[in-house]
Design a protein around this ligand. Structure first.
Ligand SMILES: NC(=O)c1ccc[n+]([C@@H]2O[C@H](COP(=O)([O-])OP(=O)(O)OC[C@H]3O[C@@H](n4cnc5c(N)ncnc54)[C@H](OP(=O)(O)O)[C@@H]3O)[C@@H](O)[C@H]2O)c1
Length: 309
């Protein structure tokens, strides 16, 4: 039997495979150029504060990468590593300090938080204009009403940038999003509505999920279930954006990352598809950097750069 390719081994030159890694590198370059311009023109250095509570191994890696890429883009990076026993009041006091600090234009509190802390209360305490994760209800409201210039959650923002770059005008496309979380599915739906797509949001109670998916010109999978979406769920020529990041057993004591879409099967049907890893993932931090620059410009009344081009 022929050995199956994994997405990580695929030649990324396949023109149907969206190279999120390269696109994210380009976006980080545009962010760095914008930062240099803002420094030279306005004497302002955008600053991002990242708060980590506890020792979650995955969170530590994310936070390290965020800090590193913030500095590489020429911005100030403020790290706050708090012990796992930090109380909610202590964390809220730090958030209040960061809200008031003029050198901090973006605040990110890494989730998940330890059990003694109510993450909703903490996210609600962040100044919405510094909420570069876009999770504050004010930003969710601004996004859903199309008013007030929201800060948009980074992962769906990255998906939209890829879609606009690779597909072009999205007007009239049938979009199906599988997953309705506040951080991916719902904001993705709002963004695609804003692009004049006809949007369906599917979830764990959706009937005939495979048939719903087959109707999609654009299929966004944000479920958290390894390879749940099969090749025969995809309409010929559809664009597939796989947000899922799932670590599975690869045998021999090893693990590997897969998405929510069965990549090799989907590649037989899709017109365009993001791999995992190397698709949506790298866009998330790049969009965090872009959001920090956007937030800094809005706070200082400086014209904001257009990162979409
Ligand atoms: N690339 C990135 O940077 C990035 C960023 C964020 C998340 N992710 C990944 O994206 C995935 C989703 O993340 P999330 O935070 O949105 O997850 P989440 O909060 O757990 O939400 C999962 C969604 O999937 C739906 N779902 C679960 N099982 C289903 C099924 N069998 N059929 C249909 N729908 C089902 C759930 O429906 P109900 O609402 O009905 O329960 C829920 O709406 C995860 O793999 C996560 O690791 C990646």
């Amino acid at each position: 039997m022929a050995q199956q390719r994994t997405s990580a081994e695929l030649p990324i030159r396949d023109e149907r495979v969206i190279d999120g890694k390269a696109f994210a590198a380009g976006l980080r370059g545009r962010v760095a150029d914008a930062v240099a311009g803002i420094k030279a023109g306005h004497g302002l250095t955008p600053g991002l504060a990242v708060v980590l509570v506890g020792e979650n191994a995955a969170s530590k890696v994310y936070v390290k990468n965020k800090a590193l890429q913030t500095a590489e883009a020429g911005m100030k990076s403020f790290r706050h590593d708090l012990p796992v026993e930090t109380t909610q009041d202590e964390l809220l006091a730090l958030v209040a300090e960061l809200n008031a600090d003029p050198a901090v234009h973006g605040i990110l509190v890494q989730l998940p938080l330890p059990d003694q802390i109510d993450s909703h209360a903490v996210l609600a305490a962040i100044d919405p204009d510094k909420d570069v994760d876009g999770f504050h209800v004010v930003n969710a409201g601004r996004l859903s009403t199309g008013t007030g210039g929201p800060l948009v959650p980074c992962t769906p923002l990255g998906c939209l940038m890829l879609l606009k770059a690779y597909v072009g005008d999205l007007t009239g496309k049938r979009a199906v999003i599988v997953g309705r979380s506040n951080i991916v599915g719902k904001p993705m739906a709002q963004l695609l509505l804003g692009e004049n797509c006809t949007v369906t949001v599917a979830h764990s109670r959706t009937r005939d999920l495979d048939a719903e998916c087959r109707r999609a010109d654009i299929l966004v999978a944000a479920v958290g279930r390894p390879e749940m979406i099969r090749g025969d769920w995809i309409a010929p020529g559809a664009t597939v954006i796989d947000v899922g990041i799932n670590r599975i057993d690869a045998g021999g004591g090893k693990t590997r990352l897969v998405g929510d879409v069965a990549f090799d099967e989907a590649l037989e049907k899709a017109g365009l598809i993001t791999p995992v890893p190397g698709g949506v993932g790298p866009m998330t931090i790049a969009c965090l950097l872009a959001n920090t620059v956007t937030a800094a410009c809005r706070q200082q009344g400086i014209e904001e750069p257009d990162f979409s081009a």
